[in-house]
Design a protein around this ligand. Structure first.
Ligand SMILES: NC(=O)c1ccc[n+]([C@@H]2O[C@H](COP(=O)([O-])OP(=O)(O)OC[C@H]3O[C@@H](n4cnc5c(N)ncnc54)[C@H](OP(=O)(O)O)[C@@H]3O)[C@@H](O)[C@H]2O)c1
Length: 430
């Protein structure tokens, strides 16, 4: 397939395929690419001369939904292309995650360019073709309305949710799409409004919108209200209901995959953000005897602990330092340590770093890292060497997603399929 890819105003397509050759027409074996060309007649001439079979236009954020002056200008440009050419014209927005692009490349036996080095034009064409295959609007085979689901967050480049939620839809024979809708904070309210108007069945919410989105919804479940955070939204007859499945996912993994009994246990939680909040409230409900919340910003840990008074026998807030943690656990060591910071996370703020010094990990404890990329973080590696048991964040990710799937569809989520799809995507990343 010979594809003409156009970047209008922004380097969306170029960025996604790791191609930094801006501004030049680059005829290749399988791909033609023109950056920033807006002269419709010149483009149509190029299409004819080079025998392109498909046009893909990279559009700025939300342009396909007619938002803003720039969006309308792009749409007018696309309309002119459509009326001037018989070729299919597809819009490329931000729905195609890097994970999907890289998985497509590896499946085709090609190396993704993680460092944004140049891809050869044939590899870029593989990515574009993958995008088209995933997003071409096909009429429903059965005539049944296709469901639309997705995730909002910013950035969303590395989200795995589209991979395993799409696999779940397909395994259940549900016709529909799960998309990644990258949403900068300033567009959150507008995005939520548009998703409601578009009649989507629901969506997941991730960093940094979990707290802010609540005020934009019609209703919150008890657990979303308690946590002050939403990770799942379901559209019930036009009313958007916010829920939170993080705690459920955390506990299921702890019990099923970690084989851990919380009741009566002393626990150390590292971090005091949104995930830590869901973790700490779940541990309190399950009857943990003593919870220490250690955080870089100790004031945040104190605020989290203050809300727990009366739910847990003993709580303590601490700075994330070795001295403070030794003091907190001088009487008895923690049986469970949960990392709720992004330390150690690939692509995160502190890759291959651990939030805890290795000397503080007791032999025989369970060390549970919410980070799932890489599968074995530095914390888990050091825990294993210290004789502790370990649990990574992937099961929790799948279980919180499975709980969301159940809320949206009312169907039992195919957890094994979801886990396998996520594992495969991660394995392809290398
Ligand atoms: N497996 C899953 O299903 C799952 C679900 C949810 C979250 N997670 C993971 O959990 C982690 C936290 O997510 P979140 O939603 O709670 O994020 P968040 O609300 O932004 O909180 C981040 C926490 O990490 C701390 N932190 C950030 N960078 C740090 C650094 N360089 N050194 C020390 N502490 C640092 C922050 O400390 P300060 O307060 O000092 O800023 C805060 O306590 C992320 O890695 C996320 O991917 C996994």
């Amino acid at each position: 397939m010979r594809i003409l890819a156009l970047d209008v105003g922004q380097q969306r397509i170029g960025t996604a395929i790791g191609d930094t050759r801006g501004g030049i027409a680059t005829p290749g074996d399988a791909l033609l690419r023109v950056s920033r060309a807006k002269d419709v007649q010149a483009i149509l001439e190029l299409v004819r001369r080079e025998g392109a079979e498909q046009i893909v236009v990279g559009v700025p954020y939300l342009a396909d939904r007619s938002v803003g002056v720039r969006g309308r200008a792009v749409l007018a440009f696309v309309e002119a292309l459509r009326s001037g050419s018989a070729l299919p014209v597809e819009l490329w927005d931000e729905r195609f995650s890097t994970v999907q692009a890289e998985a497509g490349l590896r499946a085709a036996g090609r190396q993704p360019s993680r460092d944004r080095a140049r891809l050869d034009s044939a590899s870029a064409a593989v990515v574009l073709q993958g995008y088209l295959d995933a997003h071409r609007t096909t009429p429903s085979r059965s005539g049944v309305q296709q469901v639309r689901l997705g995730i909002i967050g910013y950035p969303l480049r590395h989200t795995l949710s589209p991979v395993f939620q799409q696999a779940a839809l397909e395994a259940c024979g549900i016709e529909g799409r799960y998309e990644a809708w990258e949403t900068p904070p300033q567009h959150l309210a507008q995005q939520v409004r548009e998703l409601a108007e578009a009649g989507v069945l629901g969506f997941n919410v991730t960093v940094p919108h979990k707290e802010a989105v609540g005020a934009l919804l019609d209703e919150l479940t008890g657990r979303a209200r308690e946590l002050g955070a939403v990770n799942t939204v379901v559209n019930r007859g036009g009313r958007l209901v916010g829920d939170n499945t993080d705690g459920e996912g955390f506990l299921r993994a702890l019990k099923d995959d970690g084989g851990f009994e919380v009741k009566g246990a002393p626990v150390l939680v590292l971090g005091a953000g949104g995930a830590a909040r869901a973790v700490v409230y779940s541990l309190a409900k399950e009857g943990a005897a003593f919870i220490v919340v250690a955080n870089r910003t100790v004031g945040r840990a104190e605020a989290l602990v203050a809300g727990l008074k009366g739910h847990v026998a003993r709580t303590e807030a601490a700075p994330l330092t070795e001295t403070a943690l030794r003091r907190a656990f001088r009487a008895e060591p923690p049986l469970l340590i949960v990392n709720c910071t992004p330390m150690g996370m690939a692509y995160g703020p502190a890759p291959d770093q651990s939030p805890l010094s290795a000397g503080l990990i007791p032999r025989g404890a369970l060390v549970y890292d919410l980070v799932y990329r890489p599968a074995e973080t530095r914390l888990l590696r050091e825990a294993r060497r210290a004789g502790a048991r370990t649990l990574g964040g992937l099961p929790m990710l799948i279980y919180q997603g499975a709980a969301a799937f159940r809320i949206w569809t009312g169907r039992e989520p195919p957890v094994a399929v979801m886990l396998a799809a996520a594992r495969q995507a991660l394995a392809m990343e290398g």
